[in-house]
Design a protein. Structure first.
Length: 100
């Protein structure tokens, strides 16, 4: 059974946006909107432009960069975990075979 969605109003850079969210995602959506708002305000503080569309695009690029870096780190850690797991499995096999 699908969970019903609801609409939450978020405020980003002095604009209110109604966003439809699934049940239980209201707090997360509000938190994400606050992160976008904060990033836009940070950029606006060091920028000569007050154009909200340009600020939104710059914020999206910064956020995408952060996501890309986090994904790369995740892949690196996942690969390290796979390597260590294989090493542990090999050691365990050696111990079990030598115990016979």
């Amino acid at each position: 059974m699908e969970t019903p969605s609801q609409t939450v109003n978020v405020k980003i850079y002095n604009q209110t946006y109604p966003i439809r969210v699934g049940h239980g995602d209201v707090e997360r959506t509000m938190r994400l909107a606050a992160m976008v708002d904060q990033r836009m305000r940070e950029i606006a503080g060091g920028s000569l432009t007050a154009d909200s569309l340009k600020l939104a695009v710059l914020a999206a690029i910064y956020i995408a960069d952060e996501l890309d870096a986090a994904n790369a780190k995740y892949e690196e850690l996942n690969q390290e975990l796979a390597t260590r797991s294989a090493e542990c499995a090999e050691l365990l096999d050696q111990v079990l075979k030598s115990g016979k």
